[in-house]
Write a protein that binds this ligand. Structure first.
Ligand code: D5M
Ligand code: FE
Ligand code: ZN
Length: 540
């Protein structure tokens, strides 16, 4: 890559909302890979920084020269991404026609999308070699889709599996945080001089409020645990309210005079780099992202589904070549107490037969990807494996790609993280209303992206299965994060990742009425994969 002119460096920094001092610009312009250096400088800039200083650039360049080992070990997913051209960074999120525009604020301000060139080789090129990835041949030679996440469970439920899944989570997420802080192992911090500065990367093993209203956060790494105190008068204190047990964070601060506790000055989440530059398709092609169909429920909206299926046959939908379904195909049986009173189809296999019939209404050349949800007939604990052969046999009509929950699907070069979304209930329950609510599921999704984990907290609502690896870590930065489950439409953009919580195809159940959950029914978010523009269509 040629060296950048200083003017161009200033422009690129300005594109990210930063000024820079003159020395910083010169340093960046002289780098062999100026754009990479700029990205790193922006990515690691303190949240409140307006100006990129020369000191900051130097620290980034130092880190870069020391971080070779990490990238060679492929620990830091963010650093090994391809195609990070800031010129095509911003996805745009726009509502559809006025008549179909949802009430909610989408959360992402519409921005112009530049430089729409797609990746050199779409989809298949980056396919991981593990058994879990597969190439879908597709029905029209042009389609391009790869899936990774089709795990076969290796866990036996033994104690060792819990140890290994948490160790893997720690290693992966700590790998994303290393390089941002000058951290020490917990056992070393115990022996450091009282009053000195220290940093630690750990998994949160406990969060408590002290009698005087501060937060005591216990951080655990592979060598031990260390207590960290977030004082209530610090400007980032509200961040402490967004912490969940078992997530991995980094802290920097000062050891107390007796050395037994760390006063936190800075808190870092693994997070999505602000410079994430999403990939786009190199032709005009669209995907419909839906979930929560709930066939077999008395409240399943067959009328809305038929309208949607009919629309897919119209010219307006000519570019819709993909249909991604993020779980809860059917209502299932015995999922919630009293559910049997509201079943239209009582046998779960008959429900899948009926679902399969409804699926036949959509165009036969649509490429379909399906993952299970908590109402589907696979194990409840996450990661949920893909549908078994018997269910695949029933849903064979479209030769759909059937994968695990969660799964990463690369469609025409665009990476979509599909996750049903059970942990959203938990994030919404645990975080303050203004940070996450049913009315704005995209806010809860943003927290999952920051934590780089789809189900951070163990032992609450979300059942997590112990496995050798933590498949719930968001290792690769997705271009689109697609969830469902809460039956609310929500969308937005976070650090250039488009977030979409699809609505549902089931009207309000008695339970939902009892908890005042008013579902958004029959919306289909349609993403233009070439521009990442979003159009919301409604079919009720
Ligand atoms: O859940 C749809 C939404 O409603 C999700 O936010 C959970 C909540 N829900 C629905 N029924 C129940 C019961 N019985 N208990 C607790 N939470 C519930 P879905 O699982 O997609 O139906
Ligand atoms: Fe659902
Ligand atoms: Zn669900």
């Amino acid at each position: 890559m040629p060296l950048e002119t200083p003017a161009r460096v200033v422009q690129l920094l300005a594109d990210h909302g930063y000024n820079a001092d003159r020395q910083a610009v010169t340093l960046l312009a002289d780098q062999p890979e100026p754009r990479h250096a700029i990205e790193r400088a922006v990515e690691t800039a303190p949240d409140d920084a307006i100006v990129i200083s020369a000191d900051h650039v130097r620290s980034v360049l130092d880190e870069e020269s020391q971080s070779v080992d990490y990238s060679e070990l492929d620990v830091d997913g963010t650093r090994n991404e391809n195609g990070t051209d800031p010129a095509k960074a911003n996805p745009s999120v726009s509502a559809g026609t006025p008549s179909t525009k949802p009430q909610q604020d989408g959360g992402g301000s519409p921005v112009e999308t530049e430089g729409l060139s797609g990746p050199d080789t779409p989809a298949t090129a980056g396919s991981a070699s593990e058994q879990s990835s597969r190439q879908q041949p597709g029905t029209s030679g042009d389609k391009s889709i790869t899936v990774s996440g089709d795990i076969s469970s290796t866990g036996t439920g033994e104690y060792e599996d819990f140890v290994s899944v948490f160790r893997d989570r720690y290693e992966t997420l700590a790998g994303q945080l290393r390089g941002r802080v000058n951290h020490r192992p917990a056992e070393t911090i115990e022996n450091m001089t009282p009053g000195s500065d220290a940093a630690l990367i750990g998994m949160i093993s406990d969060i408590r409020t002290t009698a005087s209203g501060h937060w005591l956060v216990e951080l655990e790494d592979t060598t031990g645990t260390f207590p960290c105190l977030v004082m209530k008068d610090r400007e980032f204190a509200s961040e402490a309210l967004t912490l969940l047990c078992d997530e991995v964070v980094a802290v920097e601060g000062t050891l107390a005079d007796d050395g037994g506790i760390l006063f936190v000055d800075t808190l870092h989440f693994p997070d999505i780099p602000r410079t994430h530059s999403p990939s786009t398709a190199d032709r005009p092609v669209e995907a419909a992202l839906i979930s929560d169909i709930h066939v077999g429920s008395e409240q399943f909206r067959a009328d809305a589904w038929s309208e949607f299926a009919a629309w897919l046959h119209t010219d307006e939908a000519a570019n819709v070549e993909y249909l991604l379904i993020a779980g809860d195909m059917v209502e299932g049986v015995g999922v919630y107490p009293g559910q049997d009173e509201e079943l239209d189809v009582v046998d779960v296999y008959d429900q899948y037969e009926s679902f399969s019939e409804h699926l036949k209404d959509v165009p036969g050349d649509l490429e379909i990807v399906m993952i299970p949800g908590n109402h589907d007939a696979v194990r409840l604990a996450e990661p949920q494996p893909a549908f078994d052969d018997q269910l695949r046999g029933i849903m064979s009509a479209h030769d759909a790609t059937i994968s695990a929950n969660p799964s990463t699907v690369t469609v025409e070069g665009v990476t979509v993280l599909m996750y049903h979304g059970v942990s959203l209930d938990e994030v919404i329950a645990e975080l303050p209303e203004e940070e996450a609510s049913y009315d704005r599921p995209q806010d809860a999704m943003r927290h999952l992206l920051r934590k780089r984990h789809v189900a951070p907290q163990y032992g609450g609502h979300t059942r997590v299965a112990p496995e050798e690896k933590d498949h719930l870590v968001i290792d690769e930065v997705p271009d689109i994060f697609h969830t469902g489950h809460v039956h609310k439409l929500g969308y937005g953009s976070y650090h250039n990742v488009t977030m979409i919580n699809s609505s549902c195809w089931q009207s309000q159940t008695d339970f939902q009425q009892s908890v005042n959950l008013d579902p958004d029914v029959g919306y289909a978010p349609i993403v233009d994969l070439q521009t990442l523009d979003l159009t919301i269509r409604q079919f009720v």
